[in-house]
Each structure stands twice: as structure tokens, then as C-alpha cells.
Design a protein around this ligand. Structure first.
Ligand SMILES: C[S@@+](CC[C@H](N)C(=O)[O-])C[C@H]1O[C@@H](n2cnc3c(N)ncnc32)[C@H](O)[C@@H]1O
Length: 251
């Protein structure tokens, strides 16, 4: 396994603040896009969706309006937040590279950089194998990946809600091995308490052609690469590629 542990530090210590830090994201709109693509691609009625690396359940809360949903994630604390937020669906602690829920789904999604935590080709192959094992014949897969090596840069952001203030310094460090290391320092103030956290994440920049080949090998057909969460084909140089495919089970 690569350097990302089953539970990354940020996700364990800062799970309670994850939704605040991502409050600018429009999850409802992302889910509308996901539903559009899945329904358009599918040759069968889609009733069930597996949300892999579901985080705090922000997609699941919208997906469950139209589908039976199960969420899995490797971070216990993220799942604790998800379970409080989304009452009537099951969440399980699982590693996307090695899990067995003993059931299949009509569709599977893995969103917002989560797939890019697979930092070696072996991990990608293991993850795709696990994904296909959990899909019905003709089941649809949709996941995004980081697609260009970003320039080295530093960002400062701050997020405020009621008595909670989070300030974050992030440094993006591209690596010649086609990985990006993002280093974070968080200052958190909640009422009279303050704390700080230091952490880093490593994301893989998978060659898109290679990834398409690996998907084909894993049994996926009708593979489309979209330009982020849009209906357009991937444009070279865009920062995020969304892969969609249909799993065809071998008899
Ligand atoms: C950037 S968050 C995205 C969460 C959620 N999909 C969203 O869009 O809000 C990445 C998530 O991937 C999870 N994760 C990282 N590596 C994982 C693995 N090997 N198996 C399952 N989940 C993993 C983390 O715990 C975290 O919740």
C-alpha cells in the first residue's frame, strides 16, 4: 500500500470541521450531474448506488432521495459525522483497495479526489477490481481524478461559522514521480479554545490513457472521460477528469 494510511490524520482530527471547510461546494448540483450521467449511461434501471470514500455523506444525503445508497470510507471519524448527518442509510468503514460487502450495486461513485489517493498502479488495479466486484452486469462507475500536475503554490483560506474559525495554509508541491504532496497547517479557534494541526496528503496524477486501459482490463466498457463535473469531453490541461464506464461481467 502507498503512503496514505487507512485513516489520514486530517480526516480523523478534522472530520468535525470537514463540512465547514468544504461549505463552498455545491453537493446538490454535483449529485444532479451524477444522476444525469448515470441514468443516461445505464442500460438498466438504477436502484442502488455505492458511494466509495463517502466522507461525511454530503453526496449520500442527496442521492438517497432517489436511490438505495450505502457509503463506505476508511476514516472512522468521517463516518461518525456521516452517520449523524444522514440517518437512514448504512455507512461502513472499508478501504477502497480491499473490501467485500457481499452484494452488488447498479452504480458506484467515488468523488472529489478520493480515487487519486491510489498512489501506485497496484493500488489502482486493486481498487478497480473491488469496484467491479460490487457492480451488477452493466452497472455504471463514475469517479474523478486529478489530471494535471499543479504548479507549486501556497494558498491561505479561512472558514467561519458561529463561534468556529478555521484558517488553513496549504502548500502544493508537485513531485517528479507524478504525485502532488499538499501540506497543510490548520489553526482552529472554537469559542475560547484554539489548536493547530499539521498534515499532508499525497495525490497521484494518473495518466488518463493508462487509466482507461486499466479500466478496460478490469472489465469496463463505454468509457468516457469528461471535463470535470460537466457534460463536455475532457479538455487537455483541465485539472480534473471524470471517468464514467459500464461494467460488463464475463460469463
Ligand atoms: C476529499 S475527501 C472526499 C469525501 C467525499 N467523497 C466528498 O466528496 O465530500 C476523501 C475521502 O477519501 C477517504 N479515503 C482516503 N483513502 C481511502 C481509502 N483507501 N479507502 C476508502 N476511503 C478513503 C477519506 O477518508 C476521505 O473521507
Amino acid at each position: 500500500m502507498g503512503e496514505n494510511n487507512l485513516e489520514n490524520k486530517s480526516y480523523s482530527r478534522l472530520a468535525r470541521l470537514y463540512d465547514l471547510i468544504h461549505s463552498d461546494k455545491d453537493y446538490k448540483k454535483e449529485v444532479e450531474f451524477i444522476e444525469f450521467v448515470i441514468e443516461k449511461m445505464s442500460k438498466r434501471k438504477v436502484n442502488s448506488i455505492l458511494d466509495v470514500a463517502c466522507g461525511t455523506g454530503s453526496h449520500a444525503i442527496h442521492l438517497k432521495k432517489n436511490y438505495f445508497v450505502i457509503g463506505i470510507d476508511s476514516a472512522k471519524s468521517m463516518l461518525e459525522v456521516a452517520k449523524k448527518k444522514v440517518k437512514d442509510i448504512d455507512f461502513f468503514r472499508e478501504d477502497m483497495r480491499d473490501f467485500n460487502l457481499d452484494r452488488t450495486f447498479d452504480a458506484l461513485v467515488c468523488l472529489n479526489d478520493s480515487f487519486s489517493y491510489n498512489t501506485t498502479e497496484e493500488e489502482i488495479i486493486d481498487t478497480l477490481r473491488c469496484f467491479s466486484k460490487h457492480l451488477e452486469n452493466d452497472g455504471i462507475i463514475l469517479f474523478d481524478v486529478l489530471s494535471i500536475l499543479p504548479k507549486e503554490r501556497v494558498e491561505i483560506n479561512s472558514f467561519v461559522e458561529n463561534d468556529t474559525e478555521v484558517s488553513r495554509i496549504s502548500k502544493w508541491v508537485p513531485n517528479e514521480k507524478n504525485t502532488v504532496r499538499v501540506e497543510y497547517i490548520y489553526f482552529v479557534r472554537q469559542g475560547n479554545n484554539s489548536e493547530f494541526h499539521v498534515d499532508h496528503h499525497t495525490y497521484n496524477l494518473i495518466n488518463l490513457r493508462r487509466l482507461r486501459k486499466l479500466m478496460k482490463k478490469a472489465g469496463f466498457k463505454d468509457i468516457h472521460i469528461l471535463n470535470g463535473f460537466s457534460k463536455n469531453r475532457y479538455k487537455r490541461g483541465s485539472p480534473r477528469a471524470v471517468f464514467v464506464g459500464r461494467y460488463v461481467r464475463k460469463n
